[in-house]
Design a protein around this ligand. Structure first.
Ligand SMILES: Cc1cc2nc3c(=O)[nH]c(=O)nc-3n(C[C@H](O)[C@H](O)[C@H](O)COP(=O)(O)OP(=O)(O)OC[C@H]3O[C@@H](n4cnc5c(N)ncnc54)[C@H](O)[C@@H]3O)c2cc1C
Ligand code: FES
Length: 264
């Protein structure tokens, strides 16, 4: 997957607000300092931590929404699942808390030439964030959106698909079940391409389904990251072309090249 990469900047910003939108899910609105001039591409991420912080390493978090204010500063919204210490600090930070921020990082999603055919966007859990961010760069109604959650929904406020299909593990919204309940090989065959982010079993299913349907797919992967800049080789993923760095060569890879189950 080849995309023009913007030059990452290391700097500071501040939390404007952090709002709990579901159990353990927070919408964190940030404003970046003037050293950040460029908006991120869809699917890119930043390394973030609060200042001060109890954690040593910044945490990789995808862009959910970004825009420039009338004063010219970059605002970035993140959807964050409160998991361990690093994400807890970001989710529970008060307004005006300073943050250390590096980015934008990674290749992000690039829209392939679809010759007028629709594309499918698939998000699972917190993986909905970068896919919904990508959706905001696409023409209204040019894609269908498939979203899977454990319970309830989030992250769907800014998408404008032709249709949206939802599944929940507990049946609280949409169809009860996981992605196979709403997205089959027959569905995949309708699209020019499929773009997805979510838990690894879901991505494996998207890869298998698209392969069977003969449709290209692009998958945003997660790996534990230390530098986020391609220097430490801590985020290696196995591909058909050898080991690649999730932070620098990804996080979005062609479904054809990912070798699941053999990640380093
Ligand atoms: C490219 C990318 C984009 C991401 N986007 C989002 C997002 O938009 N929203 C969101 O909530 N989460 C996102 N994540 C996952 C998020 O980075 C981890 O949940 C977070 O780092 C966990 O940190 P912690 O301190 O809360 O948890 P801990 O479990 O205490 O973390 C301990 C260490 O493991 C690493 N780690 C743990 N789980 C993960 C994981 N799943 N992925 C990567 N590193 C992990 C941490 O960075 C840290 O170094 C993304 C991950 C990647 C790689
Ligand atoms: S996190 Fe250091 S190379 Fe990817």
């Amino acid at each position: 997957m080849c995309t023009e990469q913007s030059v990452p900047v290391a700097g500071k910003g501040k939390i404007i607000s952090s709002k709990q939108i579901q159990e353990s899910i927070y919408l964190v609105d940030t404003e970046l300092n003037e050293e950040f001039q460029n908006l991120p591409n869809p699917g890119q991420f930043y390394m973030l931590k609060t200042v001060p912080s109890d954690v040593y390493l910044s945490r990789p978090i995808s862009v959910y929404r970004s825009y420039k204010t009338s004063a010219g500063s970059v605002r970035v919204e993140f959807l964050i699942l409160k998991k361990g210490r690093g994400t807890e600090e970001l989710c529970t930070a008060r307004s005006e808390t300073a943050i250390k921020i590096i980015g934008p990082l990674g290749n992000g999603f690039t829209k392939q030439n679809s010759c007028g055919r629709k594309t499918a966007l698939v998000g699972g859990g917190i993986g909905v964030a970068p896919v919904a961010g990508f959706a905001q760069s696409l023409a209204d109604g040019s894609y269908d959106f498939f979203a899977c959650f454990k319970h309830g929904t989030y992250g769907l406020d800014y998408i404008k698909p032709e249709s949206v299909s939802i599944s929940t593990d507990d049946g609280s919204c949409g169809v009860k079940g996981m992605l196979p309940a709403i997205f089959s090989e027959k569905d995949a065959a309708e699209y020019a391409a499929v773009y997805a982010c979510g838990p690894e079993p879901m991505l494996k299913y998207v890869q298998k389904t698209c392969r069977a349907a003969g449709v290209p797919c692009f998958l945003s992967l997660e790996a534990r990251m230390a530098c986020g800049l391609g220097a430490c080789l801590g985020c290696t993923v196995k591909t058909t072309a050898g080991n690649k760095r999730c932070c620098k060569d990804g996080p979005v890879f062609s479904g054809d090249e990912i070798v699941f189950g053999e990640r380093k």
